[in-house]
Structures are given as C-alpha cells and as structure tokens.
Design a protein around this ligand. Structure first.
Ligand code: ATP
Length: 237
C-alpha cells in the first residue's frame, strides 16, 4: 500500500533521516521504533507532506504527492501528537474539522456516530473545549478527528506521549481496534514494548537509518532490541 524508497530528510546541516526504505502493506500495523532523535517523527512528517524530503514515496502504486492537503485527499492522514488539537474549539467542532474535505452531512453524521462509539468519552465531552481535556482524551480526539476524514491509512505520531501506563495501553488498544475496522497504520510511539505488541511488522531506526526490521513479535523477543528499547526486560508476544 505504502512504499518508501530511500527517503532522506535534512534540516539545514542536520540530516534526520538517511535513505530509509520501508513498506506498509494494506491492513497492517507497522511500527517505527528508536531512541529520541532517531528520526521517526521526521519520517512520518515527510510522508505526510509536512517537511521536504528526497527519495520516493508510492501509495497504492502511484507516486504520493508532496503537499500535505494532497496527501490527505489520497486517504492518508497524519495524527499529530494530542497536544496539537484545536484547544479553543469544542470536541464536536474539532471532530467536524476532521471532515473538512467532505460535504455529505449524512455520512459525516454516520462517521461522528462511529467515532463516538469507539471513544464514548468524546461524546460525553462533546461540548467541552478541547483545551480542557485530559491527556488521554486529547489523544482520542486527535485519532477521532483523523477518522472523520474516512482515511485508508493513519500515520500516528506518539499517541501515548505523556500518558500513564494504563491510559497508554488503552490508547494503543484503540489503535488496534481502528486497524481491525480496516484502517492501515504506521505507528511511532515512545513505548516500544506496547507498540511492538500491537504491530505486525516493525523497523528500528537509529540516527536516521534503519538498523533492523522484522516481524514485531520476533523483534520483541530479540535480546538486542530488549536491551536497547525495552529496558532490558524479556517480553514475549
Ligand atoms: P523523538 O522520539 O524524540 O520525537 P524522533 O525519532 O521522532 O525523536 P525526530 O523528531 O524526527 O526524531 O528528530 C530527528 C533529528 O532531527 C533530531 O536530531 C532533531 O533534533 C532534528 N530535528 C527535528 N525537527 C527539526 C527541525 N524542525 N529543525 C531542525 N532539526 C530538527
């Protein structure tokens, strides 16, 4: 579905992503794992058209446009970390903003009902200003807003940042749920253990390069990955 070939991102003299090639098959969850500054968010932002890059990105066999609004129009939607919602709009207004590319009110209402079913707390809080939501609720709103555009694929950036372990598990569980409803996911999360547990396949990034890749379960059981990214804990899937 998504194929990235030798993508590089540079910010002036700093090269954040170096000739990275990854693939995300339709229907899967693929995780990017790596330390702070490894280039994970830059890779997502490049695919989404938010930062310039060199290399090629193909989506459903066609070159992916490099402008963010054109990328969204292809059904590929970036879910920014939850602090980047519209704080001075209500939950409902934020969700409607996610459907800005569409005009069909009947289907928009159906999608709203679907988002409220997945995240009942958003329905309870629909008239509340988004800026007053808790961290977990904001993440749910960021994902819900992206779902309002009927995406084929979500690029999810740090959904569990700043959340308690319990909420982090809950949010990542909801991402799995979104995936089972047919949405392909490329996921970056600082919680490597949980993201590998919900992913099908993963890539390990180090200083802008892919240094390892494989079945998510196989990487969870890899002693070098456990040592570097899972706090030395043995985890099985
Ligand atoms: P984290 O998990 O800490 O968010 P990351 O793996 O997502 O890290 P990036 O945020 O992509 O990594 O950053 C990769 C490198 O690029 C870092 O060295 C960072 O300082 C640098 N960088 C990121 N954004 C910019 C920018 N706008 N201008 C200059 N350098 C940047």
């Amino acid at each position: 579905m998504l194929k990235v070939d030798r993508l590089s991102v540079a910010y002036g003299a700093v090269t954040a992503v170096r000739e990275v090639s990854i693939e995300v098959p339709a229907g899967s969850i693929v995780a990017l794992v790596g330390a702070n500054g490894a280039g994970k968010s830059s890779l997502l932002s490049a695919i989404s058209g938010l930062v310039p890059y060199t290399g090629t990105v193909t989506y459903n066999g066609q070159p992916l446009p490099k402008q963010s609004h054109q990328v969204v129009a292809k059904g590929l939607v970036h879910v920014p970390e939850g602090r980047r919602i519209f704080s001075n709009l209500t939950v409902y207004e934020n969700l409607l903003a996610g459907a800005y590319t569409r005009w069909d009110m009947t289907r928009i209402k159906q999608d709203l009902a679907r988002v409220y079913k997945l995240f009942p707390v958003l329905e309870q809080r629909r008239s509340q200003y988004a800026g007053t939501l808790s961290g977990g609720e904001r993440q749910m709103l960021a994902i819900g807003r992206a779902l309002m555009s009927r995406p084929q694929m979500l690029l999810v950036d740090e959904p569990s940042l700043g959340l308690s372990p319990l909420l982090a598990s809950q949010v990542l569980g909801l991402i799995r749920e979104v995936n089972t409803q047919g949405v392909t996911i490329l996921l970056v999360d600082q919680n490597a253990r949980k993201s590998l547990q919900i992913a099908d396949y993963a890539y390990v990034l180090q200083q802008g390069r892919i240094v390892k890749e494989g079945d998510a379960c196989q990487l969870l059981n890899d002693p070098a990955v456990q040592e570097a990214y899972l706090g030395g804990h043995k985890v099985s899937c």
